[in-house]
Design a protein around this ligand. Sequence first.
Ligand SMILES: O=P(O)(O)O[C@H]1O[C@H](CO)[C@@H](O)[C@H]1O
Ligand SMILES: [Mn+2]
Ligand SMILES: [Mn+2]
Length: 398
Amino acid sequence: MARAIVIVLDSLGIGAAPDADKFDDSGADTFGHIAAERNKSGNAINIPNLLKLGLGEAHRGAVGHYADGITECQTDGAYAWAAEVSSGKDTPSGHWELMGVPVHFDWGYFTNKQDSFPQELLEKIQKQAGTPPSLGNCHASGTEIIQRLGQKHIETGAPIFYTSADSVFQIAAHEQHFGLERLYKLCEQVRELLDEYNIGRVIARPFVGETPEDFVRTANRKDYSVLPPKPTVLNKLENAGGQVIGIGKISDIFAHSGISQSFKGKVLAELMDETLKAMNSAADNSLIFTNLVDFDTLYGHRRNAKGYAEELERFDLWLPKVISAMKEDDLLVLTADHGCDPTWPGSDHTREYVPLLLSGNKIEPKNHGERQSFADLGQTLCRWFQLTPMDEGQAIDI
Ligand SMILES: O=P(O)(O)O[C@H]1O[C@H](CO)[C@@H](O)[C@H]1O
Ligand SMILES: [Mn+2]
Ligand SMILES: [Mn+2]
């Protein structure tokens, strides 16, 4: 009987998607630009295991050439590159589409760079939560805004509200001065008020430190997502008696729907440890589904190409352990949910192809070419677990 392990390298896009121009992202290429930056320093990016699984080839398929420092290599796995049909380039849309449910409607967005949130909404929040008038109210990078407003937040007790090109409402607050539980409660209140604005996510962004120089965000970030618009592969598998083990922020991204067990883990090492533990204990008919958020949060949004390359190299070192923990009938999938090119202007996600790297004892090495939707993965998983097909997506013929 089958199991599958799906690891999402959050934001590892592999080249501008066919509709990237609509997002001002023509030319974005997260993986290609990271590899190029690394190559400039004199050494090619050192990711032999990812290359063996087809990352270099999938990237070449998507953009038409190898990334700098990468040459043809023997590939053990099946690989493809997939475009996104969902309207947004955000994390929930990407993950839901991977699990067979693209987002066909338009999310609400706070598009104004300054005075981003409606006054009426801010007043309602203030009244319900009993907090002082908020700070921020703009588009911002989360690390920059706490440096700028963290001190004032401590002095006044006012929460910091900000957003981005995504359908998000983010709240930064100090873990001790404001209180972590109080921040979570505030996010829950805001979540309810945002349904009428059609906003995908509220994100709690706690931080610590006493001065702008040492303010730092903690791993106690929490995402409050709406439910996917339809049942996903996760629901289908659970309903058929299977198990879905979410690792990292997977459970939050699916608003806890279709998740049988959830393990948090903070940094890459903890998340991979949890993944290996789950691989050792999960029964047949289990999907182990891991999100590695730091690629996106610590390196993509921070526009740190060198750091991104190093994190990718650290991840690569985990792959031999993952591969040796695989059982005879296991399917391993490495993929991503959107791009976040660290060389691109601004600090937002980028509309890109994502890699679909599939491997296992029973998987023939093969180029499966360009896929029209991330939902092809969901359909492939349905077939793998012998479930009835999803409404969308074409199964990859592995
Ligand atoms: O700059 P930070 O706070 O990391 O925020 C980023 O993280 C959010 C979720 O990916 C994005 O919408 C972007 O705003
Ligand atoms: Mn993401
Ligand atoms: Mn992100």
